[in-house]
Design a protein around this ligand. Sequence first.
Ligand code: AHR
Length: 336
Amino acid sequence: MSARKRIIQVLGLVAVGGLSLGLAACSGGADDGGSAGGDGGGSDELISVGFVAVGPEGGWRQANEQNIKDTFTKEAGYDLSYAPAANLDQKSQIDNFTSFVDEGVDVILLSATEATGWEDSLKRAQEAEIPVILLDRGIEPEDTSLYVTRIAPDNVEVAKEVGAWAAAQFPDGGNYVVLEGPAGVGVVNERNKGFEEGLGDSSLNKVDAQTANWSTEEGKSVLETMLKANDNDIQFVFAQNDEMGLGAAQAAEEAGLAVGTDIKIATIDGTKNAMQALADGKLSYVHEYNPLFGETALDVVTKALAGEEVDPYIIVPSEEFDSAEAAKAVLADRKY
Ligand code: AHR
């Protein structure tokens, strides 16, 4: 019997035990509390966790996945199986997901490389009574009957704050471009939606938007092309993650544009490299997308296995940093 099923059984016994204890108390019967429901049926068996992960993708991903591994340890009572995607390929994730269902793990953690194509896998896990918890990435449709919850910072709100900051920086408008994450990844649409909401009625004018696949090298080459196509007449870059923004900073410098005066660059994630670049004036704004939510995930797993209610979307708080001084103030203590 898997640890999950045993926990639910033990909790059932404890509930029955509690009821009998309660009844005993009502009837004045003393009970040492040690018999009904036993000693809580504690077990030294580990709770098996299948982590369908993204794998190597950049600084944010490394911090997020390491935090999960550091939280779900054997000492904490978990047997975590880490299954990164092969080259960000969704099919490898679906294969890993299916293997975990077939193994009968107690719970699955899923960070999806693609937003769609998960219904069959989630239904299989549901039939096997294996709770699924989404980490970071949302999936479509948002059918919360098929998964326990999504744990992530709120991409729409994060990007909305980026948009509001950009609008305030350019009261007289200007031209901007967006460096997006890979097509098909849920957070890309959420960040575009939030950014445009944050811009409000700003007269900033979008002249281009392209994916640079979360990569510094592509961020640099894509912005180089955009600058050439617009004769350097671009005043603002919204890079949907730090690595692309750092690439954009390199492209701006090579085009002879001074970040902060000729062009401003805003990014999302808040990794050390970006915060150092912000402190050095190579970026203009960084919004954290806090990856360190392992303890929250562990709490959710505990509740899910105990059959307790869990909110369908658990927002991880994240801060914005809009100046070199703000970055310098936190750099020394940065955990990722
Ligand atoms: O889903 C979160 C995004 O994925 C991060 O912003 C990016 O750095 C990562 O690759």
